[in-house]
Design a protein around this ligand. Structure first.
Ligand SMILES: Cc1cc2nc3c(=O)[nH]c(=O)nc-3n(C[C@H](O)[C@H](O)[C@H](O)COP(=O)(O)OP(=O)(O)OC[C@H]3O[C@@H](n4cnc5c(N)ncnc54)[C@H](O)[C@@H]3O)c2cc1C
Length: 455
């Protein structure tokens, strides 16, 4: 069972108290039955119902729409994708990589369009992303990013010199960085709850406190009841590993977040982020931040351990050592914040496929699965859902030939290899950052730990 007891996020505290919707308490039949009420499930329902209003669609969520990563994330609606353009080109083709990136761009535009057309108040603001480089290895990565996008024909990233970085965000240790317009800051819980209301308004049924305990072609068992459906969609992302047939398809990796108290006008003025840019630096272990609408700095990062057997427990949402690390990292990055109280701490699980490639899988008649977004699901889930809607409706489109459609799959290793490999990988990434801060690029140990995550 997924417990209700997770530490309240800033995002949840900013919306009306969640009142659970109706619960599945009888046998039912639908055209499409979706397990999971996050962005993936909701966007899938939205596009199916918009194109074919006659479809009878239901979403079942074990807790409530937005309980998972969709209600807790860092609020970057970006065009980032977990596999780089270069690795996509190597694995598929240059044109596949280009098409995918163009469709991610269109998805960000699409999210904004739907939000505006339906008055969803999600604090959407497209102020771009500033990524800071603080040592020579990081600066090299910043240059590589700009060049990589240029090589694929995109001028969406530009290199910034030190003073231009500091103009946008007061990171005194910055030596340079990049800026891209390709990101909007959102309030994730407002987006997911707004989306849930929207799909309900257009006639999709949402059942909450409705645990799907079995999931197969044409059939779901929900709270012990039989739900028959022409098409079953698995949209459970971080929790996918609990489904027998998908157990090793993705692993849950925890990302944790903190939020400061509201900053005064003078304090926020010192930090910068005047255009509500999302921000990060070029370290290997991912960190991400945003300025919220009420002038807090909201900041998150990886580093929490992977738990043996892909276990997911509410207590993993808070790892005090990682919260402390995040706090210290934030103060180190933006020293003017040192001493500012942290008011919220929370976390959640995201899903990582073995090859880091997000997927939309459909067997052509009765079963579909979408996800594996790593930490970039806000925009990618919209792309995946529109793609899945086209596949289910039998519409051939520019989306249905994307490399995320029915990719060759490779499952994660069995335990204990899996947990040993992943945790060594995390430790190796942290070590690499430490070495880079000391002016070294890495060593034999980090080469070895890097190789563990290759596929
Ligand atoms: C802390 C954190 C920060 C992140 N930051 C960003 C970011 O800034 N930008 C970005 O692009 N991405 C970010 N991500 C990733 C992004 O949030 C996710 O990729 C995205 O929200 C996934 O949406 P989803 O609908 O697929 O899954 P989820 O939102 O996790 O939804 C899955 C739903 O399935 C339900 N469920 C699970 N099992 C069952 C079951 N058996 N029966 C019924 N229901 C079930 C859950 O209750 C949940 O509501 C972050 C993730 C985390 C955890």
């Amino acid at each position: 069972m997924i417990s209700w007891k997770s530490p309240e996020s800033l995002w949840l505290s900013q919306i009306e108290k969640v009142q659970p919707r109706k619960t599945a308490d009888r046998d039912m039949h639908f055209d499409v039955a979706i397990a999971g009420g996050g962005y993936s499930g909701l966007w899938t329902a939205f596009y199916l119902k918009t194109v074919d209003p006659s479809l009878k669609i239901a979403i079942f969520d074990a807790k409530y729409a937005g309980f998972g990563a969709s209600g807790r994330n860092g609020g970057w609606a970006s065009t980032l994708f977990a596999s780089s353009l270069t690795s996509m080109a190597e694995r598929f083709s240059k044109s596949s990589a280009i098409n995918l990136y163009c469709e991610l761009h269109n998805s960000l535009t699409e999210i904004e369009k739907v939000i505006r057309a339906n008055d969803i108040d999600a604090d959407f603001h497209k102020g771009g992303t500033i990524t800071v480089a603080r040592n020579s290895s990081q600066l090299k990565r910043a240059e590589d990013t700009v060049n990589e996008y240029r090589n694929f024909g995109f001028d969406t990233y530009s290199l910034l010199e030190q003073s231009k970085v500091i103009e946008r965000i007061n990171v005194p240790s910055a030596i340079g960085g990049t800026y891209t317009t390709e990101c909007a800051r959102i309030q994730p819980a407002k987006l997911v709850r707004g989306l849930a209301n929207l799909v309900e308004e257009i006639g999709v049924e949402i059942y909450e406190k409705s645990l799907v305990s079995e999931l197969s072609k044409n059939y779901l068992k929900v709270n012990g009841n039989k739900v028959a459906a022409d098409v079953v969609v698995e949209a459970t992302e971080g929790y996918r590993c609990r489904i027998k047939s998908s157990r090793r398809r993705t692993i849950p990796i925890y990302s944790l977040m903190i939020a400061t108290r509201r900053l005064s006008k003078a304090e926020i003025e010192t930090v910068g982020l005047r255009d509500y840019e999302t921000f990060a630096d070029e370290r290997n272990l991912i960190i991400y931040g945003q300025r919220s609408n009420d002038d807090r700095i909201v900041f998150g990062g990886r580093g929490a351990p992977y738990h043996f057997g892909s276990e997911i427990l509410p207590k993993f949402d808070s790892e005090e050592s990682i919260f402390n690390l995040l706090e210290e990292t934030l103060y180190d990055l933006i020293p003017s914040l040192r001493g500012v109280e942290i008011e919220y701490k929370w976390g959640g699980a995201l899903a990582v496929p073995r090859d880091f490639l997000s997927f939309v899988e459909y067997d052509g008649k009765s079963y579909a699965r979408l996800g594996g977004y790593v930490g970039d699901g806000v925009t990618t889930s919209n792309l995946a859902a529109r793609t899945l809607a086209d596949l289910i409706l039998g519409r051939s489109s520019s989306l249905t030939s994307l490399p995320i459609v029915n990719p060759q799959r490779r499952n994660w290793e069995i335990e204990p290899l899996r947990s040993i490999g992943i945790n060594l990988g995390i430790a190796g990434t942290m070590r690499k950052d430490k070495l880079e801060n000391q002016g070294q690029d890495g060593d034999l140990v980090t080469k070895f730990t890097d190789s563990l995550m290759n596929y």
